[in-house]
Design a protein around this ligand. Structure first.
Ligand SMILES: Cc1cc2nc3c(=O)[nH]c(=O)nc-3n(C[C@H](O)[C@H](O)[C@H](O)COP(=O)(O)OP(=O)(O)OC[C@H]3O[C@@H](n4cnc5c(N)ncnc54)[C@H](O)[C@@H]3O)c2cc1C
Length: 516
């Protein structure tokens, strides 16, 4: 087989994780091939056009970016790849509305530690001390996570001792849930509900979400600011494409991989849908484990540990997104001044989560108005509005090809009615374009089970800190094959997927150096 295609490493999937893995490998002088089923990179990190508008598909905000002295791990990583991106920082942390009749709130929360504490105190007089304590925990966790990252999450020897002493509070607080801890530090209920507004970014309600993870993420947004890029997330994906090629990597689009060639617990390469076989010393999959192990290899080769972990884990919530282009500005609608707003029926996120278990009860919404951060993102006199909802149920159950469009129409009408009622505005008379992405859209586009793009819901035994500790050795079950992406050790999200790609590529290099 002298003309057989062979690469040092094949990366399957050009989502955020795959792009980062391929960049890291190319940077480290490996002959790398990135294979992507679509004709463009990014997976969720993409945009699409309808009429005279270009819509952002997913990105509301990225954490751990920052710049200058606030630069975080993700900024440093993306800069190290040489990505050319027009980053845009925001001054808004989040906006949150609770329509609860008993104790409603409607707040704009700014970035900046002091400004955030001031705004909290204004919204809930008397909460300042507890908010400052929360932010101080966030700072401590951020330092701890940075410190762990400087050891690639594997401090050994004396450093391990330091972890036990210097970071003992961090370790102690990993298993404590966010609700419990915020009550312990004396935060009033209303302040707690406001601070917990970001909960669905972690995909689990605050009474079952690690305090350490939540405080770390929230502090990162408040201290480093949330970031997006000027030309939609597709700009980041294209910048990766350019950087990978510049560093000598190959990228093949329109190249869906059919199967992973795993024999006797070793991965030898991949086969494309068109039958092309590509052998490799190592393979990295940027595809959900449920798809890799469930559909893309000989079932006899699926390791017991992976079967067990897939069964034990709870797949993240499927997503539904409705995108509108309106022929008026946000200002004309009275919606200006706010970029990302959570509008909820109640401030209690356990109830919000329970509401997400059916189409009928789920009335919570996250609304993003891109023009508020990028004024020229749509033609003059127009604006882009995006509604995002995560469900804790299979909303596509019973939907057939015949009634799919009716189903989408109904969801759109319900979304419009709900929003118009909540915000007392008229949007239906101003719709120029509307697009709906159901869980089926996401399932088809990125190939994830049930259209979930949030990996696995974190649990006490399976949160970020537990996962990073097992990501190098314990979860490496098939030789010469590793998995990266939003389902990985760092949890879901853009930043986390980029870090996951680097992490798994680095482990691959270590394995290869040892001849494993
Ligand atoms: C509506 C929405 C809003 C979001 N908002 C945010 C946000 O504001 N901030 C944030 O941080 N995160 C956000 N996320 C989450 C974030 O987008 C994801 O966690 C992240 O992009 C997942 O990246 P990934 O590496 O897992 O790759 P994926 O995006 O899952 O991409 C996988 C890639 O693999 C390719 N592929 C699949 N199968 C094959 C095959 N057989 N052969 C070849 N290629 C294949 C796919 O085409 C795709 O390109 C949002 C997600 C959604 C859906």
């Amino acid at each position: 087989m002298s003309n057989q295609l062979h690469y040092d490493v094949v990366v399957v999937g050009a989502g955020n994780g795959g792009l980062s893995a391929a960049a890291y490998l190319a940077q480290n002088h490996k002959k790398v091939l990135l294979l992507e089923k679509h004709n463009l990179p990014g997976g969720c990190a993409t945009s699409f056009r309808r009429g005279r508008f270009e819509f952002e598909a997913t990105l509301h905000e990225m954490c751990s970016v920052g710049e200058g002295e606030t630069a975080g791990a993700v900024r440093r990583l993306l800069d190290s790849y040489g990505l050319q991106v027009k980053w845009v920082a925001m001054n808004e942390a989040f906006c949150s509305i609770s329509l609860d009749k008993k104790d409603p709130f409607n707040v704009y929360m700014p970035v900046g530690v002091k400004a955030f504490a001031d705004a909290m105190e204004k919204a809930v007089p008397g909460c300042r001390k507890s908010v400052e304590t929360f932010l101080e925990f966030g700072r401590m966790f951020t330092d701890g996570v940075e410190w762990l990252d400087s050891y690639h999450n594997e401090p050994g020897g004396l450093a391990k001792m330091k972890m036990l002493f210097q970071w003992k509070d961090l370790m102690k607080l990993v298993p404590i849930d966010t609700d419990t801890m915020l009550r312990k530090i004396g935060m009033p209920d209303k302040a707690r509900e406001i601070i917990e507004s970001y909960w669905d970014y972690i995909a689990t309600p605050s009474d079952s979400m690690s305090f350490a993870v939540y405080a770390f993420m929230t502090y990162s947004y408040i201290y480093r600011k949330p970031y997006i890029c000027h030309d939609r997330s597709h700009e980041i994906s294209l910048a990766f494409d350019a950087a990978i090629r510049k560093m000598g990597g190959d990228i093949w689009y329109c190249s869906p991989v059919k199967s992973f060639d795993v024999r006797d617990n070793v991965c030898h390469g991949v086969t494309l849908n068109d039958g092309t076989y590509i052998s490799a010393d190592y393979v990295i999959a940027n595809i959900h484990p449920g798809t890799v192990f469930g559909k893309m290899m000989d079932p006899k080769e699926v390791p017991v540990r992976d079967r067990k972990s897939m069964n034990a884990r709870h797949i993240g919530q499927p997503c539904l997104t409705v995108y509108f282009a309106l022929d008026v500005t946000a200002k004309e609608l009275g919606l200006d001044g706010r970029y990302d707003t959570f509008i909820r029926t109640t401030g209690n996120n356990r109830i919000q989560f329970e509401n997400s278990k059916s189409l009928e009860t789920h009335k919570e919404n996250c609304i993003t108005i891109l023009n508020e951060v990028i004024p020229d993102c749509s033609p003059k006199g127009t604006c882009l509005l995006q509604f995002t909802k995560f469900y804790d149920c299979d909303i596509m159950k019973g939907v057939t090809p015949e009634n799919y469009f009716k189903f989408k129409d109904k969801i759109t009408m319900d979304t419009i009615k709900q929003f118009e009622k909540d915000m007392k505005v008229n949007i239906r008379d101003h719709i120029e374009e509307v697009v709906i992405a159901t869980p089926t859209t996401w399932a088809r586009y990125v190939g994830s089970p049930n259209g979930n793009t949030y990996g696995y819901i974190p649990q006490n035994w399976d949160g970020m800190f537990a996962r990073v500790q097992s990501g190098h050795k314990l979860d490496h079950t098939i030789k010469r094959l590793r998995l990266c992406g939003g389902h990985g050790t760092q949890m879901d999200g853009y930043s986390q997927s980029y870090l996951s790609g680097r992490e798994q590529a680095r482990y691959a290099l270590l394995d290869m150096a040892k001849g494993e």
